[in-house]
Write a protein that binds this ligand. Structure first.
Ligand code: ATP
Ligand code: MG
Ligand code: MG
Length: 554
């Protein structure tokens, strides 16, 4: 969308262009760490970076920030690529921070030679104590003034695997009195005897995020590196590390920050989402209740709706919580345009049309989507015994109840006007069957006077004999609390909604018999549904993506 006003990130770029930054040198990146699946928060960052690429016709790299072998896996790399592609974006180059390990190491050597880095051999506890506090200067390490030769030797030995984890680290020599704690001789390398999903056991020292990120941007010649606000304090260090390596002729990347997005009634942190997976609260990263891109896809969200949502919430300078019902609004709006209408009864109540001939059936014309003429028509079977929704019948009801009541009339969608004559109850008093009569001249679309007669209510239904029995999964929010992870005393896991999934047996019209996994439908009056990947040829399973209306609005 190029018609909206510029956001503050775009203003930064426009200003740089005005000052003479060459437009053909613009370059962006989206830099996920492959330690989990992408979530709806990442969608904001993806839409921002790839959106800038489209707006400025600039390349956007997909960069895996893979510097922590303890938490990263190939499975996550694959899932991330799938999700970015599914959202409809194309990256220029697929990059990995791990591809730069050698270059980073070489630069670290140069820094040691220039006296800008040293090997510290203290325990991590001592290093932490010496850091000081924001109001109190830190203390210099007793190893800070090691000779360049000794540093080179030790660092080489660290790389060669001669030490155990924690024995030494490489630190940048900056300023132990800096008001910015991150500038107090930050760690550049630690020893980790762990295999990496790409470099395997080639390395046993791994670069830290701060040392890696800016230099990776520089290697790729990214012009603008956008990250979330918690990195604002890191910018000084980002710039300091660049100062150590940047050459005049090349583009010097610029870090700028935007607000991390939080969403109501869910959590967006890969670490916390992993906990939900590992503790079995959900069935996996793509559980339709998860706020992951893959969960949303499985639930029936479309790339268009996610992008429209990201565009609507835009880019902010301050942290805030976005109401997830806004996301639901966008998927409803998109599915309303594209999803074929069908009839499915979730809580069936048997309805018998007493004056309809026994054993007879007819196939009625039903419009597939009144929002889309090209969608055409289909046939739905009608017969003496139907199912309607339990909640659509009451023995007695006031005038505001526009559904079926004894003595009252409704139209059956695409069919006839019926009148409820009587009902049957079981021994507990539950209504188990409704007996009706129908007006044979009132058939929808037949052009007769009776077919044009207006009655207050129209109900969806299925023919009992023809209906297909399916499983339907209804979802509720995963957390009972609006902001489950910002509670002071309680852990977010304490707010899990124990009723977030309801599985029911429903009946749908036979046109759905061959519905394919992922296909989307509007079950008229009941919401939007798609076919879940757990479906088999014997048993279709539908997820409710979202209801037709925002039932959460107060
Ligand atoms: P998490 O806590 O979920 O692991 P992260 O920021 O560590 O989040 P990364 O894989 O490093 O996850 O994220 C890749 C990019 O997406 C980063 O630039 C990050 O700032 C951005 N991002 C992550 N979460 C959000 C969010 N909730 N809102 C906006 N941007 C986000
Ligand atoms: Mg990160
Ligand atoms: Mg993280």
């Amino acid at each position: 969308n190029t018609s909206r006003s510029l956001n503050f990130i775009e203003h930064i770029i426009e200003e740089d262009l005005t000052k003479g930054f060459p437009k053909d040198k613009l370059k962006f990146r989206f830099p996920p760490e492959p330690n989990g699946y992408l979530h709806i928060g990442h969608a904001s960052s993806i839409c921002l970076n790839f959106g800038l690429g489209l707006r400025y016709e600039a390349p956007v790299n997909l960069r895996f920030d893979d510097t922590n072998p303890a938490k990263e896996e190939q499975e996550y790399v694959d899932a991330i690529k799938r999700d970015v592609e599914w959202l409809g974006y194309q990256w220029d180059t697929e990059c990995y921070a791990s591809d730069y390990f050698q270059q980073l190491y070489d630069w670290a050597i140069v820094m040691i030679k220039q006296g800008a880095a040293y090997v510290d051999s203290q325990s991590s506890e001592d290093v932490a104590i010496q850091k000081g506090t924001p109001t109190e200067a830190g203390k210099e390490s007793p190893f800070r003034n090691r000779s360049i030769e000794e540093n080179l030797l030790l660092f080489q030995s660290m790389k060669d695997g001669k030490f155990k984890e924690g024995e030494h680290v490489l630190r940048a020599k900056i300023d132990m009195t800096s008001p910015n704690m991150l500038m107090r001789d930050p760690i550049m390398y630690r020893i980790l005897h762990k295999a990496h999903h790409r470099t395997n056991t080639d390395w046993c020292i791994y670069p830290m995020y701060d040392w890696t990120h800016g230099e990776s941007d520089y290697i790729e010649q990214v012009s603008h590196s956008f990250c979330t606000l918690e990195f604002a304090m890191h910018r000084e260090l980002y710039d300091w590390f660049l100062d150590q390596v940047v050459e005049e002729k090349l583009v010097r990347p610029k870090q700028r920050e935007f607000a991390r997005r939080n969403f109501s009634h869910t959590v967006v942190s890969k670490r916390k989402l992993l906990q939900l997976v590992e503790k079995g609260v959900v069935t996996g990263w793509d559980d339709p209740r998860m706020p992951t891109i893959s969960g949303l896809r499985r639930r029936g969200y479309t790339p268009e709706s996610i992008k429209a949502f990201a565009d609507t919430i835009g880019i902010a300078k301050r942290d805030n919580v976005v109401d997830v019902s806004l996301l639901e609004f966008h998927v409803r709006e998109h599915l309303n345009k594209i999803a074929p209408r069908v009839m499915g009864v979730l809580n069936p109540l048997k309805l018998v049309i007493t004056n309809y001939p026994d054993g007879e059936e007819e196939w009625l014309d039903a419009e597939n989507n009144q929002e889309d003429e090209s969608a055409g028509y289909r046939k739905v079977p009608f017969s003496k015994e139907l199912f309607i929704e339990q909640e659509d019948f009451k023995e007695e009801a006031n005038r505001k109840f526009f559904r079926l009541k004894l003595g009252g009339e409704v139209r059956l969608k695409n069919g006839y006007i019926i009148k409820a004559e009587s009902c049957t109850k079981d021994s507990d008093g539950n209504i188990i069957e409704v007996q009706c009569t129908y007006d044979p001249k009132s058939k929808s679309g037949s052009g007769t006077e009776e077919s044009l007669r207006k009655v207050k209510g129209t109900l969806h239904w299925v023919s009992a004999k023809h209906a297909v029995e399916v499983e339907v999964r209804l979802y509720d929010r995963l957390f009972t609390e609006e902001t489950p992870d910002s509670h002071k005393e309680k852990d977010f896991m304490e707010f899990i909604n124990s009723d977030s999934l309801t599985v029911i047996t429903a009946f749908v019209e036979p046109s759905l018999e061959n519905a394919q996994i992922g296909e989307q439908f509007q079950f008229q009056r009941m919401g939007y549904f798609n076919v879940d990947k757990d479906s088999t040829p014997e048993k279709l399973i539908f997820n409710r993506t979202v209801g037709l209306r925002d039932t959460w609005a107060k």
